[in-house]
Design a protein around this ligand. Structure first.
Ligand code: HEC
Length: 172
């Protein structure tokens, strides 16, 4: 019991240390784990991510990087999306992708309304960009957290986890 109490105190001081950074520390078993809840939920653990956030990186790299630069950082042509996600939030983000935008003449953000690959993956792109910002995820192609890898067979347990995640998301 004493050992447990002591390690709990350790966790508490870790939590307190992270508070000024605005980071949410949830995974009590692992102090290197940072998670974001709600739409665009993500997990970052020692530079590795959950499968949805990984997919988000792939979609971003295929469909957005050409204009918005590698790793969400922005380019001379299109803005940094890590900051855009923090500033504007989910509805504005999803709306911009669906409708497109041209605030500065000649700098066109195209509408992706006719692109089912992008439209079906907007929450995952959102997860990736949140992980880059709030989650402190570094540049480049992340690896998937081993315990969260989705095997093709035996999905039963994983589906239960997904249902739980969906319930948590809709509770917000
Ligand atoms: C053809 C180039 C191009 C592509 C491809 C592109 N964008 Fe953009 N995007 C732009 C430009 C240019 C702007 C700035 C538009 C403006 O401010 O008028 C922009 C703006 C945005 C904004 C608003 C940023 C802010 O600061 O508010 C979001 C969000 C966004 N893009 C998301 C995406 C996502 C996600 C993808 C990939 C699915 C993507 N864009 C693909 C060119 C592009």
């Amino acid at each position: 019991m004493t050992v447990l109490a002591r390690s709990c105190r350790g966790m508490l001081s870790t939590l307190v240390a992270l508070l000024p950074l605005g980071l949410v520390q949830v995974g009590l078993a692992d102090e290197h784990r940072i998670t974001g809840e709600g739409i665009g939920a993500f997990v970052v653990e020692d530079g590795k991510v959950d499968p949805d956030t990984y997919d988000g990186y792939i979609v971003y790299t295929r469909s957005c990087m050409a204009c918005h630069g590698p790793d969400g950082l922005g380019s001379s042509f299109a803005p940094n999306l890590i900051r855009a996600v923090e500033r504007r939030g989910w509805e504005n983000f999803a709306g911009t992708i669906a409708s497109g935008r041209e605030i500065q003449p000649g700098q066109v953000m195209p509408s992706f309304a006719d692109d089912p690959y992008v439209m079906g993956n907007i929450p995952k792109i959102f997860s990736y960009l949140r992980a880059r910002g709030e989650g402190g995820l570094g540049r480049g192609r992340p690896k998937i957290i081993e315990s969260m890898q989705e095997p093709d067979a035996e999905q039963g347990e994983q589906d239960e986890d997904k249902d739980e995640a969906a319930e948590e998301a809709s509770a917000e």
